[in-house]
Design a protein around this ligand. Structure first.
Ligand SMILES: *Cc1c(COP(=O)(O)O)cnc(C)c1O
Length: 392
């Protein structure tokens, strides 16, 4: 048996989004500040709707998730040379955003539940001079956020949440992104909303929102935003904040707005796919599932499992055998970065760190996408192939 689905094929843009995009192209006002008399524009409307969706006071739409992360760092006052605490297990745009502002990532260890190790976080918060934690909710897993926020408070850490994989999710009934000071989201094709490229920054802090808006390249047209702070907040900042253009445009916003409306439905469909994968692999030889935190509404847009008893060469062969049967796995223990998958040893610009717990977890960690073009039946086929190959 071979699986014939495509792991990178997303669903089409909803018809409503295509119609809205056509309208933007027809009138030609693609730039977010290019508005007809009395018009709010798609980008500003999207910001309002995203603020409502997340419950954040302020929302800013930008060009990418990575741009939102770097802007957040800058808006909370990170300067070149400063250390920034961050997860050792994440994807390249996270340490990349720290490097983008000239700061220095300080990697924190990873637990077997694939979340940041809170003991290592407390220790590194105490022993480094970092005042900011860039917390990546990698693959939708989240630590005990109440415990994490206690550590942050104790060490006076500002928390930026990377919610690229948790958009639409919650932890302990709190919308993902509402624990920390700033949250960043991506609307890149492989995430939970698809505009090709794009992202959001949300916060409840008026000054951070104003700084991020000015940074994003608002010229002096910030009154044209949809979910920004009062205009007087901008006054002391407007000449002190550089313009680092990274604005969302009306065309992308037009295709995102109808998708945001159906995000809760997408999250429910991802849960069904993820449940089907778990059910299919629960008793598989050599495959261990990741512990689920019952307080977490995780978005199941990807699936992870570990094979701790297997050695690297065996896993490399397993990945190849599954690939030959149409099941595309990513292995976080590989020596070289491949495609979207890399690990801290591949980020040489950030300096070498000793992270034995993370290395032990990543050595056996396998990952795959669950696009919504898959059905529950597809997941059963994928699980069967994995079970069979795991036994050989
Ligand atoms: C995709 C992603 C981002 C940012 O994505 P962009 O490609 O810059 O939009 C940030 N963090 C994680 C974990 C991601 O997967």
């Amino acid at each position: 048996m071979r699986f014939e689905g495509n792991f990178t094929q997303q669903e089409p843009i909803p018809a409503e989004g295509i119609a809205a995009a056509t309208e933007v192209m027809t009138h030609g006002r693609l730039h977010r500040y290019n508005l007809a008399n009395g018009e709010l524009g798609e980008a500003a409307l999207l910001e309002q709707e995203f603020a409502t969706f997340t419950g954040a006071k302020y929302a800013l739409a930008v060009t990418s998730g990575g741009y939102a992360l770097a802007t957040a760092l800058r808006a909370v006052g990170v300067e070149p040379g400063m250390p920034v605490l961050t997860n050792a297990f994440t994807l390249a745009p996270v340490p990349g955003s720290v490097a983008a502002v000239g700061a220095r990532p300080v990697f924190v260890e990873t637990t077997e539940a694939l979340v940041i190790d809170l003991d290592d976080l407390a220790e590194k918060a105490a022993t480094s001079d970092a005042r900011v934690l860039m917390l990546s909710h990698m693959r939708g897993h989240q630590p005990d956020m109440a415990a994490l926020m206690r550590i942050a408070e104790e060490h006076d850490l500002t928390v930026i949440e990377d919610c690229a994989h948790t958009m639409g999710g919650r932890s302990g009934n709190v919308v993902s992104g509402q624990h920390g000071t700033v949250a960043c989201y991506s609307t890149q094709t492989y995430k939970h909303l698809n505009s090709g490229e794009g992202g959001f920054l949300t916060t409840n802090d008026a000054e951070i929102a104003a700084r991020a808006t000015l940074l994003s390249g608002s010229y002096m047209l910030y009154p044209r935003h949809g979910a920004g702070p009062e205009l007087e907040v901008f006054e002391p900042l407007r000449d002190a904040t550089p313009n680092v253009s990274g604005r969302m445009d009306n065309l992308r916003a037009a295709i995102l707005r109808p998708q945001l409306k159906v995000l809760p439905d997408r999250v429910a469909r991802w849960a069904a796919l993820h449940d089907a994968m778990e059910a299919g692999l629960r008793h598989a030889a050599a495959i261990h599932l990741i512990d689920r935190d019952p307080g977490l509404d995780r978005v199941g847009s990807s699936f992870q499992f570990v094979m701790p008893e297997k050695r690297g060469a065996w896993i490399a062969d397993f990945v190849a055998r599954c690939g030959a049967r149409g099941v595309e796995l990513k292995w976080f223990g590989a020596e070289r970065a491949q495609g979207f998958t890399s690990n801290h040893r591949n980020w040489a610009y950030a300096g070498r760190a000793s992270l034995p717990r993370t290395d032990a977890v990543l050595a056996g960690l396998l990952d795959m996408r669950l696009p919504l073009t898959f059905s529950v039946e597809d997941c059963a086929v994928i699980a069967q192939i994995l079970r069979e190959e795991a036994m050989s």
